[in-house]
Ligand binder design. Structure first.
Ligand code: COA
Length: 162
C-alpha cells in the first residue's frame, strides 16, 4: 500500500539508476525542487563517467534518487531527493550509505555538497550524517537566486572511528 512503509522497510530496494527510470525521476525532480534539473542532466549522468546514480523503489515505483560525482580525491553529492510521502523513513539515509560506500571504494577522501541555506530539512539530515558547514558560495542557485551553503564530510574520519 502506498505510504505503508516503516523505517528500514525491506520492501524498499536501492539499485543503480537506468535510462528507463528517467520519466519517474524527472517527475519527482519537478515535484521536489523549485529549480529542477532537466531530463538531459540525468541522461548525461547516466552516459558519463565517474557517477554513482541510485534510485530507491518500492511496489509503487521510484520514491527517491541520489547522484554523486567522484573526482580525483573527492566526491560531490549533486542531488538527493525523496518523495514527500516517503520522508522520515530512512530512505535518504540508505541512499547516502550506498553513496558513501561507493566514494570510499573510489578512495575519495571527502564528500562535498551544496545546499540552500533555508533548506533546514536537508541541512539537519546532512548534519545528522556527519557533514560540517564549510563556507557560502554566493548566488549559486536560481529560482530563487540564493547562496549555497557548502558542507563536507571527511571519509578518513570514518576509518578513525571504525
Ligand atoms: C533531505 C531529504 C533528502 C531527507 O530524506 P528522508 O528520507 O526524509 O531522510 P531520512 O528519513 O533518511 O532521515 C534521516 C535522519 O535525518 C534527519 N532528518 C531528515 N529529515 C529531517 C527533517 N525534515 N527534520 C529534521 N530532521 C530530519 C533526522 O535525524 C532523520 O532521522 P530520524 O527520522 O530517525 O529522526 C528529504 O527531506 C528531501 O527529499 N527533501 C527535498 C529535497 C532536498 O532538499 N534535497 C537536498 C538538496 S541539497
Amino acid at each position: 500500500m502506498p505510504g505503508n512503509t516503516g523505517k528500514n522497510d525491506p520492501a524498499i530496494g536501492i539499485r543503480a539508476m537506468t535510462m528507463g527510470d528517467l520519466d519517474a525521476i524527472v517527475a519527482l525532480e519537478k515535484a521536489v525542487f523549485s529549480d529542477p534539473w532537466p531530463r538531459d542532466a540525468f541522461s548525461d549522468i547516466l552516459s558519463g563517467e565517474g557517477w554513482s546514480a541510485l534510485v530507491a523503489e518500492c511496489d509503487t515505483g521510484i520514491i527517491a534518487y541520489a547522484c554523486c560525482m567522484t573526482l580525483d580525491e573527492g566526491a560531490r553529492l549533486a542531488n538527493i531527493a525523496v518523495a514527500e510521502s516517503y520522508r522520515r523513513k530512512s530512505v535518504a539515509k540508505r541512499l547516502l550509505a550506498r553513496i558513501l560506500d561507493d566514494a570510499k571504494k573510489a578512495e575519495c577522501e571527502y564528500i562535498l555538497l551544496e545546499v540552500r541555506p533555508g533548506n533546514t530539512e536537508a541541512i539537519t539530515f546532512y548534519e545528522r550524517h556527519g557533514f560540517r558547514h564549510m563556507y557560502r558560495r554566493p548566488h549559486y542557485y536560481h529560482s530563487p537566486t540564493e547562496d549555497a551553503l557548502v558542507m563536507v564530510r571527511y571519509l578518513s574520519e570514518d576509518d578513525e572511528n571504525e
